[in-house]
Design a protein around this ligand. Structure first.
Ligand code: BG6
Length: 314
């Protein structure tokens, strides 16, 4: 059927890297690179890009792509012996042609299933056998849904432990006009202060400088309000108690070779994550972590929008 072909298409991306394009009938789209199992584009039905990818992103293994949605697994940041953010984001994933049934009753044709399994070389670095299945799906309204299923397939009876994050780079008009609702009053570990624990004060989070915080035990819904664009991103998550908020600001931006000097103004990372309490799986056990993003027009102007309605609405 033609509609089937339009919904999921394979194409060559930057530097000839293979990518999958998902299209929904109303016009929204998404792109996923097999390199990293990495979502690099999410556009609404008007063709507007909702994710940030740096103009300096390299698209060259072994460097992870700067922007979109890198997957941090099996280690978030440098919280362990592995390379920063683990290795899933710089491995080549495969298309999973026969994924086990999904419990979600998504009717969307615009989805792709990817799988990552370790090679013998990989097992020298992390001596565990696993199957990491990722489903990327576009809902009828243009929502972007990512579901990760990670299974321990060790045959030596050993459990393994990991931390995880969907390192989502949201495209924003001007970081100083953005506020995040849903994390206020929550405890966080401040990566800029030796991961010391603090409690967030105030009504909402706004940005005036570098931020790198791991919010703990956060609600399932977080709103990112872009006043200038009159757009609100709603992040819904399941199985992912923590939420990282990161913006490198000017100094760190300049220090990153694959990030433009002024690009920090147009990006905010809010990352659904499982960090504080690492996940342990025994052989045969599976963990699931889901992140769903939607972008809704917001008419926030002089307090017109009640953020609670955004957070509590369906
Ligand atoms: O440059 P990387 O490895 O992609 O990491 C970017 C940032 O990712 C964030 O998630 C971390 O909290 C930051 O500490 C880190 O700097």
């Amino acid at each position: 059927m033609t509609s089937e072909r339009v919904a999921v298409e394979s194409a060559k991306g930057v530097n000839g890297l293979e990518k999958i394009i998902l299209r929904e009938t109303r016009g929204s789209s998404a792109e996923v690179y097999l390199y990293g199992g990495h979502v690099t584009s999410w556009k609404n039905e008007h063709g507007e890009e909702l994710l940030f990818v740096s103009s300096k992103a390299l698209f060259k293994p072994p460097k992870a792509i700067r922007g979109g949605i890198p997957l941090c697994f099996p280690q978030f940041s440098n919280l362990g012996p592995l390379e920063q953010h683990g290795f899933a984001r710089n491995k080549f994933w495969s298309i999973d042609t026969d994924p086990p049934a999904f419990p979600t009753n998504s009717s969307s044709k615009a989805h792709i299933d990817l799988i990552l399994k370790p090679s013998e070389e990989d097992m020298k670095i992390w001596p565990h056998s696993y199957e990491f299945r990722l489903r990327v799906a576009l809902g009828p309204g243009g929502d972007l849904m990512l579901t990760s299923r990670i299974r321990n397939t060790n045959s030596d009876g050993k459990p393994f432990t990991f931390t995880f994050a969907y390192h989502t780079y949201f495209s924003v008009s001007d970081i100083s006009e953005v506020r995040v609702e849903g994390l206020e009053t929550h405890d966080y570990l401040d990566n800029l202060q030796n991961r010391e624990r603090f409690t967030e004060q105030g009504d909402a989070i706004t940005f005036e400088g570098e931020v790198d915080k791991i919010y703990l035990c956060t609600p399932t819904k977080i709103a990112i309000m872009d006043h200038e664009k009159k757009r609100t991103f709603v992040l819904r998550k399941d199985g992912l108690p923590d939420a990282v908020v990161w913006n490198p600001w000017d100094k760190k931006a300049k220090a990153m070779a694959d990030f433009g000097d002024d690009e920090y103004k147009h990006v905010l990372c809010v990352e659904a994550a499982a960090i504080e309490k690492p996940i342990t799986l025994k052989p045969g056990e599976e963990w699931r972590g889901r992140q769903e993003l939607s972008a809704v027009p917001s008419s926030y102007c002089s307090g017109q929008l009640d953020p609670q309605r955004v957070l509590q609405g369906s």
